[in-house]
Design a protein around this ligand. Structure first.
Ligand code: UD1
Length: 424
């Protein structure tokens, strides 16, 4: 039985919504708990499908994991298995982040290649090259990364591209290496800074958190800690786009607006009035039709590739023409095919898309291809005439806690329906 959402068009979203912990932080923090024997507690965890999946990954290497509402307790034993090849590995991308901690702690790991969103080619060469620089061998064998080292030593590592996952894996191996590691051209995403904060709380010695040069002075051992996950800036931005698209008025709490500086600036250019509240949240009010704005995706602090579907969806109903350039994941433009079903006037040429805004979208059945595309289609459905069926909504459940409930509370009308789609 598959589920879809019936999204009734014509909503204006008004009210307050709280954002909880970031998916792309909590899953890596859970992996970091492997580095210390004992019980690590993580709070402000989002209740999304990927958290229990990551818990299964950790259980498969010997941890005891208790999910208690928004709190996760991970008890890591002294003897861990180096084999992370359970079926859960293939269900999410973040599962690959057990590689660095296992190599750091055990000096060997067999880690099944991860799954996750189908948004384009997602190689692991930078993860592997980084581990090799630290003194490990690393090969792909029978669908797994196999890494082994006699001992890890500090190294100078230059990343070709500021990859989020490679930075995290190298960091989590380097904290237990002998000597000092410098990761240059490191990813600067707030979620990386969050991991650095937690690792330092566990006794690691990392300098440069949030910058493109991370200096890691290796230590002998780490100890467990209690850590609160930062608010999810991608979910916060989703609400910001939702307000702009529905000409609404939303107050969004639980997220640091400075993690969204560029996003909020783009929405100001589109005509929204934005007020920020220190590091606690923001209010966004959109009167009238949004104006077209151009977007270019880049690693942080650039405009996040995860937000590209929302940029396309907003542009589809804006006044004027927008150019959207995708520099990180080429397959993300698949979303545009679904938007065209809804009446968007959009076309792609290589990694550019041109979107001419239309007054109103028109409802149709559409299919979510990944988490953000799914949420983007729901927002588009709110701006379409009639009832838009959004299929494959399990993607949305992987990343957005209580998405539908929040939308309905804020003025949308969306029903979750369990039936088989008619593709005839
Ligand atoms: C993370 C996020 C994802 C987000 C992405 C970019 C998680 C679970 N997922 O994914 O939501 O869209 O960051 O912000 O945190 N690359 C290589 N070789 C490598 C590693 C990456 O070529 O070894 C390339 C990728 O193909 C991609 C780019 O680098 O083009 C960025 O990838 P990366 O930052 O590693 O993304 P993820 O960590 O997989």
């Amino acid at each position: 039985m598959s589920e879809h959402f019936d999204v009734h068009g014509g909503a204006r979203l008004v009210g307050e919504v709280e954002v909880v912990g970031a998916k792309n932080s909590v899953l890596k923090l859970m992996a970091a708990a492997l580095l210390a024997e004992g019980t690590t507690t993580i709070t402000n965890c989002p209740q999304i499908l990927d958290v229990p999946l990551m818990a299964d990954v950790l259980r498969s290497v010997g941890c005891d994991v208790v999910l208690d509402g928004d709190t996760t307790h991970i008890t890591t034993p002294s003897e861990l298995s180096h084999r992370a090849d359970s079926p859960a590995m293939g269900k999410l991308r973040a599962s690959v982040c057990v590689l660095g901690p296992l190599v750091g702690r055990l000096k060997k790991a067999v880690v099944a290649l991860p799954g996750g969103d189908a948004i384009g080619s997602r190689p692991l060469d930078m993860h592997q090259n980084g581990l090799r620089k630290l003194g490990a061998t690393s090969n792909i064998e029978h669908g797994c990364v196999v890494a082994e080292a006699d001992g890890l030593h500090g190294a100078q590592i230059w990343l070709d591209f500021p990859s989020v996952g490679a930075t995290e894996n190298i960091l989590m191996a380097a904290v237990l290496a002998e000597g000092t590691t410098v990761i240059d051209n490191a990813a600067r995403e707030p979620e990386i800074a969050d991991i650095c904060t937690m690792l330092n709380e566990m006794g690691a010695r990392i300098e440069g958190a949030g910058t493109s040069t991370l200096t890691v002075h290796g230590v002998d051992r780490l100890h467990p800690t209690q850590h609160r996950v930062i608010g999810d800036r991608i979910v916060g931005a989703t609400w910001a786009f939702a307000a702009a698209m529905t000409r609404g008025d939303l107050t969004v709490t639980g997220v640091n607006p400075h993690h969204l500086d560029l996003v909020l600036e783009k929405l100001r250019l589109a005509g929204a009035e934005v007020t920020t509240y220190d590091d606690k949240g923001f209010r966004i009010v959109q009167d009238g039709r949004p104006q077209s704005v151009d977007f270019v995706t880049l690693p942080y602090p650039g405009f996040a590739t995860d937000l590209q579907p929302f940029a396309v969806a907003l542009s589809s109903v804006s006044e004027g023409t927008s150019m959207i350039t995708e520099n990180v994941y080429e397959a993300r433009f698949r979303f545009i095919e679904e938007m065209v079903r809804l009446g968007a006037d959009a076309r792609t040429d290589g990694h550019h898309a041109v979107v001419r805004g239309v007054e109103r979208l028109s409802s149709a059945p559409v299919w979510a291809s990944d988490i953000r595309a799914g949420a983007g289609l729901v927002l588009a459905g709110l701006c379409a005439d009639g009832v838009t069926e959004v299929w494959d909504v399990f993607h949305i459940d992987r990343g957005y806690p209580h998405f539908l409930e929040n939308l309905n509370r804020l003025g949308a009308r969306i029903d979750r329906v369990a039936t088989e789609p008619d593709r005839s």
